[in-house]
Design a protein around this ligand. Structure first.
Ligand code: AMP
Ligand code: MG
Length: 414
């Protein structure tokens, strides 16, 4: 297999040519799942004022050292109001959760620790006094300034994929606009005389274009934007027109499938040579040995194999990391170790076997999904992941532990 390019070397070469995209400004409500493009440093304290964590009465703790004690009720502080006068000795203020403490007050007595009884029907009227039954010390039920965070603190680091709680912090700071990395715009192309679109009825000799859909879906799953173009036939002019149409979209990358194996190879190669610098690689990987990668007028180009499983596996192994890097996201793949249930054969290439996963005690057990034909898409549909058989291995004994690229989270595996 010395003539074949190692998968890791290929990925390194691909990633070397890819840089994160620049930033755009988004409305905060559209920022979920996007990658923060700048550090977020607090410019205010939150909460900005000391406030009550309970419905009750704001008091001076010194006044309630001995209980029961009656205090004169001098004001009502609903949430959203700002008390204008300070609280003097012997006084209390009725206060709602989240409302600011008046100057002079330093503790809250929860309403259940008082015996203020309202005249039925007059609950909104302020009684003239409140009897405190249980003491509070200074600071009790008070949320101090900056309890959540202080001005000057870095709250969110650039590169973070925004979650609902992160959006909340930005909202608390009053950042209605947020800088995020642009979503990569990725053209997905299919070509082949045999291809019909999903809405067209099958005719003799034809098949539906699968890769156009699976690759666009794979792009979208990463948070990038797939741009689809009509399928081209296997004619030089049609393929040339297709690639010109692709470049006219000013995409951040172009992904095509088929036409990189011997056969239709020359047509695609002719067009690619006109448009840029493309390497045709034979990669030490199964399924999907042939792969083209290069730059077309400055746009990264991936030419994936035509067989639907090969297209998806090479996308996962070689294109996904590139799109993650472009998106400013961590280039990582969820994997786990699994025990092989049955003996397996390989051909010495690094093989990505479609497997189901099952939990047996502490271990994950991997089983082939059945036919591993690179055209049999159901092998991917049934799969919980791709079992990686390393290079130069021809036989794997049952019970061997190998790494699996996961299609679902570990918690979903039963
Ligand atoms: P090629 O690389 O053009 O020789 O294609 C290899 C295999 O993949 C052939 O069986 C093609 O029919 C099939 N194929 C190519 N493109 C697609 C596609 N977009 N959807 C489904 N199958 C395809
Ligand atoms: Mg073809």
């Amino acid at each position: 297999m010395a003539d074949l390019l190692n998968v890791d070397t290929a990925l390194e070469q691909i990633l070397a040519g890819i840089a994160p995209l620049d930033a755009e400004t988004l409305a905060l409500h559209n920022a979920l799942g996007r990658v923060l493009a700048a550090d977020i440093v607090a410019d205010v304290n939150i909460p900005p004022f000391p406030n009550s964590s309970m419905d009750g009465y704001a008091v001076r703790a010194a006044d309630v050292a001995q209980v029961p004690t009656a205090l004169q009720l001098v004001m009502d502080i609903p949430a959203g109001s700002a008390p204008a006068t300070p609280l003097l000795a012997g006084q209390a203020a009725r206060i709602m959760t989240g409302a600011p403490l008046p100057a002079g007050a330093d503790a809250i007595i929860p309403v259940e620790n008082t015996d203020t009884r309202f005249v039925p029907g007059e609950e909104s009227a302020l009684p003239s006094q409140v009897t405190v039954l249980k003491t509070s010390k200074a600071g009790d039920y008070v949320r101090p300034v900056g309890e959540d965070f202080h001005a000057g603190h870095r709250l969110l680091a650039a590169g973070r994929v925004l979650r609902p709680q992160d959006i909340g912090v930005l909202a608390a700071l009053g950042r209605a606009l947020v800088p995020v990395i642009r979503q990569p715009r990725i053209v997905v192309l299919s070509s082949g005389d045999e291809l019909l679109d999903a809405h067209e009825p099958l005719t003799p000799g034809k098949i539906h274009d699968v890769n156009g859909y699976t690759l666009a879906a794979s792009v979208a799953q990463l948070g990038a934007i797939p741009l689809r173009l009509p399928t081209a036939s296997d004619m030089l002019e049609a393929i040339r027109a297709l690639f010109h149409a692709a470049l006219a979209q000013q995409p951040n990358a172009i992904i095509s499938s088929a036409g990189v194996s011997v056969g239709s190879f020359d047509l695609v190669r002719t067009v690619l040579a006109e448009l840029g610098q493309v390497n045709f690689w034979k990669i030490n990987l199964r399924p999907g040995k042939p792969l083209a990668f290069g730059m077309l007028q400055g746009v990264p180009f991936f030419g994936l194999p035509g067989n639907p499983v090969s297209a998806l596996v090479t996308f996962d192994v070689l294109v996904r990391p590139a799109l993650l890097k472009m998106s400013g996201k961590p280039v990582s793949t969820p994997t786990a170790l699994a025990v092989v249930a049955e003996p397996l054969r390989s051909d010495g290439r690094r093989s990505y076997l479609r497997v189901t996963l099952e939990r047996q005690g502490e271990k994950l057990v991997a089983r082939s999904t059945g036919t591993q034909s690179s055209g049999a898409l159901m092998s991917m549909v049934r799969a919980d992941g791709l079992l990686i058989i390393p290079e130069d291995i021809y036989e794997v004994a049952a019970g061997t532990e190998l790494r699996v690229r996961l299609f679902k989270s570990l918690e979903e595996i039963v």
